[in-house]
Ligand binder design. Structure first.
Ligand SMILES: *[C@@H]1O[C@H](CO)[C@@H](O)[C@H](O)[C@H]1NC(C)=O
Ligand SMILES: *[C@@H]1O[C@H](CO)[C@@H](O)[C@H](O)[C@H]1NC(C)=O
Length: 399
């Protein structure tokens, strides 16, 4: 097995058993706002507090210094990252290729979200970071609590009546949940663009599914109870040192480390963009997020977290968790998926399309080797993904 896989699995176990969770040393990394500023763009940092006390950081690129459009109408867009990721994923390929900058230079007001638990959103006004209670959340809460809080905030600050949305991977799952659990928000979404859309996992081909499914045990079982509510793959010095050394040793190992979850090769990837990502990834998330995805892989359904029969009865009033009802999503939604995605496989996208009653568009990237992470780091993602997104958003704006 790849040594990086070992290192990450080791750190997973280390993370699970660590009595105390040391915080990140944010001063040692280049944060999203500094990265944005280093390319000459204006940037702002905002904090939004959710109803359950999490303090979420939103980075904003309000206008383009190239267009000098600060006094013009600038429609707002929220970009939401994937699992283990953070706002840097929208920046790592720089101004000529990454979506955040391309949108700003197309005249948009760009907001970069950070879900609870990642390196930029590790505060809670009510719960300590070191408490298991801090990690008692899932992407269900990110979708039903964090995203509505971010959307409310952006609407209030910008004075816009609606915003656009784009998400990658888990950033697509949370969007679906956002509108399913809070359908009154459909009216506030002008258009949505879901990259590597993840709802069904039954056909996932990544080895990571087979490897980890037995590790997490049965819902509600003893072993499973040890695994819930804890930090998954913390961004700690160990992982970073291993990854860092390996990257100096060989680009191939470095590449493998960052696509191990996607497991789809790296013919399209931009190695420099990856080394930018390494600085702040993996970015911290709850074990429940990983476990919930594994449950979807096992069940082949898109449904709420499975706590085991007893707790399911208490929580949901039924033995199995309820399905997410995709018919509640009415905001115009475009899917962008690819053939070589080992996590959110083409057949599972077919299933999503089939059940997505009001889906606007099912776009498939025309390059067969394009994989899950390529939406964030491919050399050819501008032509294949980002330009098409902007073209569609412009059409909604009559531009
Ligand atoms: C690759 O990433 C680097 C580092 O961010 C960036 O400067 C460069 O423009 C990117 N190239 C492509 C083709 O994506
Ligand atoms: C795999 O995909 C097919 C086609 O979309 C779907 O009918 C089937 O339910 C999926 N399999 C599993 C195990 O989820």
């Amino acid at each position: 097995m790849n040594p990086i896989v070992y290192a990450l699995l080791f750190s997973l176990v280390a993370g699970l058993t660590a009595a105390e969770k040391s915080d990140y040393c944010l001063s040692e990394i280049v944060k999203s706002d500094e990265r944005i500023r280093s390319h000459g763009y204006p940037t702002e940092t905002h904090q939004v507090t959710t109803s359950d006390g999490y303090v979420l950081t939103l980075f904003r690129i309000p206008y383009s210094h190239k267009l000098k459009n600060q006094n013009e109408n600038r429609p707002a867009i929220l970009l939401q990252h994937g699992l283990f990721s953070n706002s840097d994923c929208w920046l790592s390929s720089g101004p000529d290729n990454s979506l955040a900058y391309l949108l700003v230079d197309a005249g948009y007001d760009v907001w970069l979200g950070n879900a609870r638990g990642n390196i930029y959103s590790r505060e809670n006004n009510l719960i300590s970071l070191n408490s298991h209670k801090f990690w008692h959340f899932d992407w269900h809460e990110i979708g039903s609590i964090d995203i509505p809080a971010m959307v409310d905030y952006i609407l209030a600050i910008t004075g816009q009546a609606q915003i656009h949305y784009a998400g990658h991977s888990q950033g697509t799952t949370v969007f679906l949940i956002f509108l399913i659990m809070r359908p009154e928000y459909n009216a506030f979404i002008k258009s949505a663009h879901l990259l590597a859309p993840c709802a069904y996992f039954g056909n996932g081909s990544s080895f990571i599914f087979k490897l980890l499914v037995p590790l997490v045990g049965e819902p509600g079982g003893l072993w499973n109870q040890l695994m819930v509510d804890t930090e998954l793959i913390p961004h700690n010095n160990l992982v970073n040192r291993v990854v860092d050394n390996s990257c100096h040793m060989s680009n191939t190992i470095c590449n493998n480390a960052f696509i191990m979850f996607a497991n789809g090769g790296y013919v399209n990837s931009n190695a420099s963009s990856m080394s930018v990502l390494i600085e702040t990834h993996p970015a911290g998330s709850s074990s429940n997020q990983g476990i919930h995805y594994l449950q979807l892989y096992k069940s082949g359904e898109f449904r709420q977290y499975d706590w085991g029969t007893k707790k399911n009865m208490e929580l949901y009033g039924q033995e199995l968790p309820p399905d997410y009802d995709l018919s509640l999503i009415t905001a115009p939604t475009h899917l962008y998926s690819s053939n070589n995605d080992a996590l959110c496989a083409p057949k599972d996208v077919d299933k999503l399309v089939e059940n997505f009653v009001n889906l606007k568009e099912d776009y498939r990237v025309p390059v067969q080797s394009f994989n899950h992470l390529d939406f964030i780091i491919a050399r050819n993602m501008k032509e294949l993904v980002n330009d098409p997104i902007i073209e569609r958003i412009n059409a909604y704006e009559g531009r």
